[in-house]
Design a protein around this ligand. Structure first.
Ligand SMILES: [Fe+2]
Ligand SMILES: [Fe+2]
Length: 181
């Protein structure tokens, strides 16, 4: 799991889509590790980390990426659906945060969360991202800002608060400014 330590180093040259794809892969790896592990402590760690990364990921998308895409994309339906999906998986994360790992439906809930996130990521990567490529969004500048925000959130969001959503960021509309016009 060494990639967690290295991940926060800003990788220059990554555009917004790279930043999100990398984060998707890391989150997916945590769900896979949960599935393959027999050790209860490792499973708990996977749950805590995956929930925390998902909260950070959703925040970056909602504050920076989605507003930038919404401002440029004629098809708002895909964005509306993505936002509703975020609400649903954040609800599952909040529920997990109130449960003991020994609770009967805890592990099932986490697995359902994983399936849900996989579906959401597929739609982003296969349907939303190709459309984003055809817009005037400056993906390089947006990617830099998203990488910065990820670093900042990672420092500030303690694992214990993983189930709770951060208060509204002051950056909430900044993503909309990232066009090359
Ligand atoms: Fe998303
Ligand atoms: Fe995403």
């Amino acid at each position: 799991m060494g990639f967690f330590k290295e991940q926060w180093k800003k990788i220059t040259g990554q555009d917004a889509l790279d930043v999100l794809r990398d984060h998707h892969k890391e989150i997916d790896a945590l769900f896979k590790q949960f599935d393959s592990s027999e050790d209860e402590k490792t499973k708990q760690e996977c749950v805590a980390r995956a929930c925390r990364e998902l909260v950070i990921h959703a925040q970056i998308e909602e504050d920076l990426f989605y507003p930038a895409v919404r401002a440029e994309l004629p098809d708002q339906d895909i964005m509306d659906e993505a936002e509703v999906e975020h609400l649903t998986f954040k609800r599952l994360i909040a529920e997990l945060g109130t449960m003991k790992t020994s609770d009967r439906l805890h592990h099932a809930r986490f697995k359902v969360l994983g399936e849900y996130v996989r579906h959401h990521v597929r739609e982003e990567e296969n349907e939303m991202f190709p459309k984003v490529k055809g817009t005037k969004i400056d993906l390089q500048a947006l990617g830099d800002e998203m990488a910065d925000m990820r670093q900042e959130l990672t420092k500030n969001l303690k694992p214990r608060t993983a189930g709770k959503s951060r208060s509204k960021s002051s950056k909430s509309t900044r993503g909309a400014q990232h066009t090359t016009r």
